[in-house]
Design a protein around this ligand. Structure first.
Ligand code: ACO
Length: 373
């Protein structure tokens, strides 16, 4: 029988700096009243200068490994979903792999905007279900504060920074990620984008003058799209799992806008009290929003082992999707203690040694093979 992918660990990294609506009202022509009534957001977190998408992701990943009781060397696969990667390449996932010392893991980035965490869970779960791997980490991490135009009131009020990670582990018991759906519609690519920095619009003075290095959004159209697909994806994933809406204890939606979530809940006839919401305190953290909300629901005792949960989201691309999870939690056996600070130190040491060895290797053998040519 093929194994199931259980979610056995979780962690978050939340920057300390809080940016309130009142502060934003001093930066652009807006007000706390407008932002709360149109979005539900009251404040968001902003990464410090030292914090990056990789550093937040590594912090969340180590916290998740600690809950799962796994060592970094046990990890076979790291998927980092992000719209604010450190570079076009190398992948932020590789930087995370190095920072946590996961020396047996393949690592890659996944670009599906706010749907990325859902896509990542689905893909990692499929890899576990085929028996190809046993342990994976899926991370959603964002420092979108570095990509918004702080003079554009249409976008700067929405986004926040943070990271969340889940550890997925193989087990025979039928639970964990039961099924998922992933959808895309590239005809809406222009509705939400960051046009510059890729090969289409390489950075140039012209591009900077046009502001193409900032997030551009048609808010009304994204809103209409989101309200439609949230229900569609939720219903589809429940049907695919052979369940009914009544069987679902929690819906944990992408935290973009309270009105989108309310519209979706109304459309589904699902009680708002069973939708996990924390966007009032974090804003839209894009692909990090679902794990951030989930960890909060675990910590305050709402989400328990045995609960059936739908994670559902939408984002740029356009993309949307959902996964259905029977929540289990950490395995009781085979757990190991890890200390994040100690792991970080060893990983750093290992990384430095590998760089020195690579230089030595080039200095000795590079010269010899060069002469041979
Ligand atoms: N403060 C005050 N007024 C504002 C602000 C602001 N921050 N922003 C826009 N306005 C004005 C507009 O200029 C407009 O004025 P006008 O009528 O004179 O032209 C008016 O308010 C109404 O604007 P709308 O765009 O119709 O406002 P709406 O109710 O649609 O709310 C919002 C805007 C909050 C952006 C909403 O459309 C929304 O949430 N859309 C979805 C966005 C989203 O979720 N994006 C992320 C997707 S996930 C990802 O991939 C990253």
């Amino acid at each position: 029988m093929s194994p199931y992918a259980h979610i056995t660990g979780w962690g978050t990294a939340i920057p300390e700096r809080v940016l309130t609506n009142a502060e934003l009202a001093k930066m652009v022509d807006t007000s706390d009243e407008w932002i709360v009534s149109r979005t539900g957001i009251r404040e968001r977190r902003i990464a410090s200068e030292e914090q990056t998408s990789a550093s937040l992701a590594a912090e969340a990943a180590l916290a998740a490994l600690q809950v799962a009781g796994l060592k970094p060397a046990d990890v076979d696969l790291i998927i980092v979903s992000t719209s604010s990667p450190e570079h076009t390449f190398p992948a932020t996932a590789c930087l995370v792999q190095d920072r946590i010392g996961a020396n047996n893991a393949g690592a890659f980035d996944l670009s599906a905007a706010c749907s990325g965490f859902i896509f990542g869970l689905h893909l990692a779960s499929q890899s576990i279900r085929t028996g190809d791997i046993r342990n994976a980490i899926v991370i959603g991490t964002e420092t979108l504060s570095r990509l918004v135009d702080w003079k554009d009131r249409n976008t700067c009020i929405l986004f926040g920074d943070g990271a969340g990670a889940f550890v997925l582990q193989a087990a025979e018991e039928p639970a964990g990620i039961l099924t998922g759906v992933m959808r895309s519609d590239g005809s809406g690519a222009d509705l939400l984008s960051l046009p510059a920095g890729g090969s289409r619009h390489p950075i140039s003075q012209k591009v900077l003058d046009a502001g193409l290095h900032y997030i551009q959004m048609n808010g009304r159209e994204v809103f209409r799209f989101a309200a439609r697909v949230m229900n569609q994806a939720t219903e589809e994933v429940i049907q695919k799992a052979g369940l009914k809406l009544d069987d679902i204890q929690w819906i944990i939606p992408h935290q973009a806008n309270l009105r989108i979530i309310e519209a979706a809940a109304r459309g589904l006839k699902y009680p708002m009290e069973r939708c996990v919401i924390n966007l009032d305190r974090y804003g839209n953290t894009s692909t990090a929003s679902i794990p951030l909300a989930t960890v909060e629901a675990i910590q305050d005792g709402r989400l328990k082992a045995g609960d059936q949960v739908v994670f559902v989201g939408f984002g740029a691309g356009l993309t949307w999707g959902a996964v259905l999870v029977k929540w289990s939690g950490p395995f009781a056996t085979r757990r190991q203690k890890i200390h994040p600070a100690y792991v970080r130190f060893l990983a750093r040491l290992r990384s430095v040694l590998l760089r020195v060895l690579r230089r030595l290797d080039t200095a000795i053998w590079g010269r010899v093979s060069h002469i041979d040519e």
